[in-house]
Design a protein around this ligand. Structure first.
Ligand SMILES: O=C(O)CCC(=O)c1ccccc1C(=O)O
Length: 592
């Protein structure tokens, strides 16, 4: 099999392949094919051969798209590096690889020069260092597309490292091919599809649609920056039918425009769990949201829900995709019954053969251990509760915070909550909660008695701290270290809202966990899955950075009133009332 673009350009040369929204340029498949041939020819003349690894440090541009196809054409393993890393972080990643060339631009050149030793660097802009070559000045060599075997490595993508050191994931041609087919099997394909690229080109969720659309013969719309208002406008302007978003991005787009374009067929929502309020907004405004669970190690989607599933059962990520199997392993590493939670283990043709340069310790006989805790219902719907590493050990018991968050957010006056363990002399770890309440009068005692009604005593937060909002990472998942800090600071300040008498817990210490709780556990905002989060999580958004908007237009609407308000907001007439967020706020939340 040659690069997919070669086959596509031969089959439907005149069809639309790419819209470059930065320059408002349209590329047919034959036009894209020629641009990719030129890009591949330059790589070849820079000394790149089949089987080599080429690193890129580039934003999401048309040239970035060309480089992905060019690597496939040349038989090269592309290593898209995170252009936001510091030189030191980059050097740590590059040291694990065997790069033949690094392609940078004017913004990433300094980091490339500092991080890279003995690997040639080429810049797609005017080089600033003498040692750096000008990519565009290289004469393109004539090249022949290389034949691929399915097991050959097409990409090495680093995990985001939100839960540890970023790891280099090898993705084969077969992984990407299986993912493209399985994704289409779940989402469907319309010949008129246009996929707006919103995620970075160094994340698998950003790369996958580029290869996919070539296989499907559909188009992608590429825009280098993510601005929520502009992205929402792009949906209309370019008749976009599919878009991948992390929850924060979707929230911001809805804040700006009330609803999204009617042209949309699929909003693929992943990288972090979608909370109930966001799903409710999608239902109210007929946004075709498809909550998805995926990871770098599986070339993106593992399971994806359709809108009806998502609205009927908030929190579900639906059933596993075609050919993908998810096994839930209990504490003894044996599969558990539906409803019981355990570690999610994934197998199938999209699963990576392994991390580059590492042994297979992430694999068990059932497949790849994800480090995520979740459960499946009788009908096979998957729920992801939290990361294994997020579990709390208190009084000798292992506690999943997701189950406690689910109980807390069931309280009518609690909008959001995060549960973490903080070190405690008596308990090992102490279960603590950061609670966002809609009712200023809600007391810690009331929170405690609500928990005690639904949870075994040892699971009930021993300390509840109130906050205006939860600290979050770029992808919208709860920033657990920041929660821990906030709670610890509150405890130290003794400005803790209240500490229920811990004595009553002693009796509970040995009580077994209540099984039924897990089945009801819907992780609505507590995650930490290997997500889209930036390697350097931005500071939590302060209230001032939250997009401002007219609350009546965008807040979730109580059931009884939803019809009445829908029409107003759907007109999108609130543009003027919703000032654009400044660049910083956008930067903090673009999921990159
Ligand atoms: O969390 C990850 O690392 C992968 C998530 C991911 O790829 C994704 C994130 C947001 C929207 C869509 C997708 C996708 O699976 O394509």
């Amino acid at each position: 099999m040659r690069d997919w673009l070669s086959h596509r350009a031969a089959a439907t040369p005149d069809d639309l392949a790419v819209i470059d929204a930065d320059t408002d340029t349209r590329w047919s498949y034959s036009g894209l094919d020629a641009a990719v041939d030129e890009t591949a020819g330059r790589l070849a003349n820079l000394g790149v051969d089949a089987g080599d690894q080429v690193g890129t440090l580039l934003p999401r541009t048309f040239l970035g798209v060309c480089l992905l196809h060019a690597a496939q054409r040349l038989g090269v393993t592309l290593v898209p590096l995170n252009h936001r890393l510091t030189a030191e972080e980059l050097a740590a990643q590059i040291d694990q690889l065997e790069l033949t060339l690094v392609v940078c631009d004017i913004d990433t050149e300094p980091a490339a020069v500092e991080a890279v030793e003995e690997v040639p660097i080429a810049s797609v802009d005017e080089p600033q260092w003498a040692a750096v070559k000008s990519f565009k000045d290289v004469e393109p060599a004539a090249i022949e597309p290389v034949e691929w075997q399915r097991e050959e490595p097409q990409l090495i993508v680093f995990t985001s490292g939100s839960t540890g050191r970023p790891k280099p994931v090898v993705l084969t041609m077969g992984n990407l091919l299986s993912s493209a087919i399985a994704s289409a099997f779940r989402l469907g394909v319309d010949p008129a599809d246009r996929w707006l690229l919103t995620l970075s080109l160094y994340h698998v969720g950003g790369i996958a649609p580029i290869f996919r659309s070539t296989l499907y013969g559909t188009a992608v719309v590429v825009r280098s920056d993510f601005d929520p208002g502009q992205a929402a406008d792009d949906l209309d302007r370019y008749d976009v039918t599919v878009v991948s978003l992390v929850p924060t991005m979707l929230k911001q787009m809805l804040d700006r425009r009330g609803t999204l374009s009617d042209s949309l067929r699929v909003v693929l929502l992943g990288g972090a769990p979608a909370d109930d309020a966001l799903l409710q907004r999608c239902e109210n405004y007929s946004v075709p949201v498809h909550p998805t669970y995926g990871m770098t190690e599986t070339a993106s989607q593992v399971a994806t829900a359709r809108p009806t599933d998502a609205f009927d059962r908030p929190g579900t990520v639906g059933r596993p995709l075609l050919w993908t199997e998810v096994t839930v392993l209990g504490d003894n590493d044996e599969p558990v019954a539906p409803g019981e939670s355990g570690e999610l283990v994934v197998s199938g043709p999209t699963v990576t053969p392994g991390y580059y340069g590492e042994d297979g310790e992430a694999f068990c006989p059932y497949g790849l251990r994800t480090g995520d805790i979740g459960y499946r219902t009788e009908d096979g719907s998957l729920f992801v509760v939290n990361r294994i590493d997020d579990r709390i050990t208190s009084g000798g018991e292992t506690i999943d915070p997701g189950a406690i968050v689910a109980v807390l957010t069931d309280h009518a006056a609690i909008e959001a909550a995060a549960v973490v363990g903080v070190p405690d002399e008596q308990w090992g770890e102490r279960v603590t909660a950061l609670v966002v309440s809609t009712d200023d009068d809600l007391s810690a005692e009331a929170v405690d008695s609500h928990c005690r009604e639904h949870l075994a005593g040892f699971k009930c937060p021993k300390t509840s701290v109130f906050a205006d909002e939860l600290p979050r990472t770029a992808s919208g998942s709860v920033d657990r270290p920041a929660v821990r800090e906030a709670v610890t600071a509150a405890i130290e300040d003794a400005s803790v809202a209240a500490e229920p008498d811990t004595d009553v817990d002693d009796a509970d210490e040995t009580e077994p966990p209540i099984e039924s709780v897990d089945a009801a556990a819907v992780d609505d905002d507590d995650d930490g899955e290997p997500g889209i989060a930036d390697r350097r999580p931005p500071s939590p958004m302060s209230p001032a950075e939250e997009p401002t908007t007219t609350p009546t237009d965008t807040e979730p609407i109580p059931d009884a009133e939803s019809d009445a308000v829908n029409d107003d907001a759907a007109s999108g007439a609130d543009d003027d009332a919703a000032p654009d967020v400044d660049d910083d706020a956008t930067d903090n939340s673009d999921g990159e």
